[in-house]
Ligand binder design. Structure first.
Ligand code: FES
Length: 135
């Protein structure tokens, strides 16, 4: 099989995805779908204090989407929430040594799902703190 459009790193993360499946003990989840192709992605995070200590993914999608999910979960482990919020799809793409131009939209899924998970985590934290403050 020829994979001439993809870098060796993309093929490696697609063939041997890291951190695949639901994450036991996850306290943040982000789900996104791509309007361009209908693919879906769930990102699970375990957050302690201000730090992401573990991450995993479930992706119903293409080679690029799976490779991006896998790489992103590796990148964010140990990262602060703020650094993870600033992580761009271009950063993930660069870590994979690039994507074919027609696959760039696939890399936005992983970054969007990550940001969604952080947002929902912060909203829940805010709601919990609000309740504590109100009681
Ligand atoms: S074609 Fe759907 S995410 Fe790549």
């Amino acid at each position: 099989m020829q994979h001439t459009d993809y870098s060796a790193k993309v093929i490696d993360h697609f063939m041997n995805p890291r951190n695949m499946g639901e994450l036991a003990g996850a306290n943040a989840v982000g789900t996104v779908g791509s309007p361009a192709c209908g693919d879906m992605m769930d990102i699970y995070l375990k957050v302690e204090g201000d730090q992401i200590v573990d991450a995993s993914f479930k992706t119903f999608g293409c080679t690029a989407a799976i490779a991006n999910s896998s790489m992103m979960t590796e990148m964010v482990k140990g990262m602060s929430l703020q650094d993870a919020e600033n992580l761009k799809n271009r950063d993930i793409e660069a870590a994979l040594d690039g994507l074919p131009p027609h696959k760039i939209h696939c890399s936005t899924l992983a970054a969007d799902a990550l940001h969604e998970a952080i947002k929902s985590y912060k909203e829940r934290q805010g709601a919990t703190q609000g309740k504590v403050a109100a009681s």
